[in-house]
Design a protein. Structure first.
Ligand code: XBP
Ligand code: MG
Length: 246
């Protein structure tokens, strides 16, 4: 019996990469006087590396720049990037994806426990929830598993295992919501059934093993399209979801 929904953040709760994180990285690079600029295609390729610090380091390494940089360059740049990202969120630059707030509310009404399992920082999670639903919504999530709280980031299962342990739940009692191939490998690696809501950056990812692949969770204005199997055009409510998966 599904007792909890565990949500990924970037790409799942919100389409935050293209116009959020990517813009914040570029602002941090400019502020540091670097001539680095990640356009949308470059960033899409870099998303295969999870974690902002890890992504910065990977970029510098592939361009042979590591030896010229301060050993702390990635942490320093990432702190600046996070500051810019939080400012973008506070300016309401990013909205939740279709159906997310609706499903969160329906889940709460149905007594389903909520948690987050993400690669991004706790700061970014709090800023996204506060700027889209309101400060109070942070308390909807029993556990916010985020960023460096675990040694290995997605696609490692560590962050999902961390959330399961904190919630004292077995993987079979939880349903994960993800957007990417890396995220799916993490949730499946921890044994969770997973619903994928794919997005522009993850459209071509490998979603083998997902219980459902959707274009979004859907709501009355934007009905959900079940890409794995057609269930007709409807917004996916908790009841339908649990019927499909139980
Ligand atoms: C996606 C990520 C994150 C973000 C950037 O996280 O890989 O690294 O791209 O955020 P999710 P940070 O697991 O929510 O899909 O710079 O804070 O890492
Ligand atoms: Mg994601």
């Amino acid at each position: 019996m599904i007792e909890a929904f565990v949500f990924d953040v970037d790409g799942t709760l919100a389409d935050s990469e293209r116009d959020g994180h990517r813009v914040a990285f570029n602002l941090a690079f400019a502020e540091a006087g670097l001539d680095w600029h990640w356009d949308e295609d470059t960033y899409g390729a870099l998303l295969s590396v999870t974690g902002g610090k890890e992504r910065i380091r990977h970029f510098a390494r592939t361009r042979g720049l590591l030896q010229d940089l301060d050993p702390q360059f990635d942490a320093l740049l990432h702190a600046a990037k996070t500051r810019h990202y939080v400012a973008l969120l506070e300016g309401h630059a990013i909205a939740l994806r279709a159906g997310v707030e609706r499903l969160l509310n329906e889940a709460r009404e149905a007594g389903i426990r909520l948690a987050i399992a993400t690669t991004t920082t706790p700061q970014n999670v709090a800023a996204l929830l506060a700027s889209t639903i309101g400060e109070h919504s942070i308390g909807w999530f029993e556990v916010i598993g985020a960023g460096d709280v675990v040694p290995r980031k997605k696609p490692a299962p560590d962050i999902y295992r961390y959330v399961l342990a904190k919630m004292r739940l077995d993987a079979r009692q939880c349903l994960a919501f993800e957007d990417s191939g890396n995220g799916l490998r993490a949730s499946l690696g921890a044994g969770l059934k997973t619903v994928i809501t794919r997005n522009g950056y993850t459209r071509d990812d490998d979603f083998t093993g997902a219980a459902l692949v959707l274009d979004s969770l859907g709501d009355t204005e934007h009905p959900s399209q079940v890409l794995r199997r057609q269930y007709g055009r409807d917004c996916l409510c908790v009841t339908t979801l649990l019927q499909l998966l139980n």
